[in-house]
Design a protein around this ligand. Structure first.
Ligand SMILES: [Zn+2]
Length: 343
């Protein structure tokens, strides 16, 4: 890995405009002055990058005063930042896609890339990355939506606790693009119309796309806001929310069963281990029985996801499988051990 210490000799790169000749008189452009020269940090090392301005050399050309610059050079940096755009993007990728923590990022920059940087500056670079993402999002949304016959959106609000701001997220369901994410203090019909549905309407008008439908959890203010801002557009209640509400009783009953099962086995497990420890180490069944207790312990924390994945049922089935396996062993002739260890 290259080292990026300032003391070391750094690579010097020079850029010139991609345009080589004057579009008016066709003369070859001439080097004029340095636009900017910058010490920049890339993931491959430090570089001093120079971007040259070129101009048409003909004194009588009407475009004589025009300055030409390299687009490639402009893409390398962010204004007033020594970190290259490439390094900022890598950092953001590691944070948001690979879920590296701030400390892991700091370690990567300081140890692997040998950069002098404090933890606080890493956090600032992540803000730069988010700004880049936000700047790119409108173009991305427009490209993806332009291929669609119409807009079909899902809207949902998330509130960590009562009294907190509510984060509303709007996604287009065919392209799976997130169109809007808005934090609202007030979740009234008027606030939703103003901050969510009005921007969506102007986006649809700009792209000339008709509305095909809206899906939501049928929260009253959303229902009223859709009826007011998009009259006549079909509005459907979200199936996932409905099923979750319908399955609430089953899910709660399952959770109660899981709690009982866990409590019963957690009490029995230490006793069971105690008995196995009493078996002589030379006994071949000892390790087999240990494996069973390990298996027993690992099935107990199985979780569930409402509405269909029932954790209690899963634990019950796993325990039944274990029981069947133990019974098979018993038939094969470890009756005495099984009797000794049965909880
Ligand atoms: Zn010219």
């Amino acid at each position: 890995m290259p080292h990026l210490k300032k003391s070391e000799t750094v690579l010097k790169t020079t850029y010139r405009p991609e345009q080589r000749s004057c579009p008016i008189c066709r003369s070859v452009l001439k080097r004029d002055h340095i636009l900017w020269r910058k010490y920049m940090l890339f993931s491959t090392g430090a570089q001093v990058v120079t971007s040259w301005a070129y101009r048409c050399p003909q004194a009588d050309c009407p475009e004589n005063a025009r300055v030409y610059r390299s687009a490639a050079a402009e893409k390398l940096h962010l204004r007033q930042r020594r970190f290259s755009r490439e390094l900022v993007v890598r950092l953001g990728y590691r944070r948001l896609w690979q879920h590296d923590t701030l400390d892991e990022l700091h370690a990567w920059l300081t140890q692997e890339l040998q950069l002098m940087i404090c933890r606080r500056e890493v956090a600032n670079l992540l803000l730069d990355f988010l700004a880049l993402l936000a700047a790119a999002q409108p173009a991305r949304i427009r490209t993806q939506l332009s291929r669609l016959p119409g807009l079909l959106i899902a809207i949902d609000g998330m509130q960590p606790e009562k009294g907190n701001d509510c984060l509303y997220i709007v996604r287009e369901l065919q392209s799976r693009v997130t169109l809007l994410a808005v934090n609202l203090v007030d979740s009234s019909e008027d606030a939703l119309c103003e901050h969510i549905f009005a921007p969506l309407q102007s986006l649809a008008q700009e792209l000339r796309l008709p509305w095909q439908g809206v899906v939501s959890d049928a929260q009253e203010s959303i229902r009223l806001a859709v009826a007011q801002s998009m009259p006549g557009v079909p509005h459907q209640a979200c199936q996932s929310h409905c099923l979750r509400a319908a399955g609430q009783l089953t899910f709660e009953a399952d959770r109660a069963m899981k709690k009982q099962l866990k409590a019963a086995f957690r009490q029995a497990l230490p006793r069971l281990r105690h008995r196995i420890e009493a078996i002589p180490p030379t006994d071949p069944f000892r390790s087999v029985l240990w494996d069973y207790t390990t298996a027993l312990q690992s099935v107990l924390p199985e979780g569930g996801v409402a509405p269909f994945e029932l954790g209690g049922l899963r634990v019950f089935e796993a325990l039944a499988d274990l029981e069947a396996a133990v019974l098979r062993c018993q038939k094969k002739g470890i009756t005495s051990c099984y009797a000794a260890c049965s909880p």
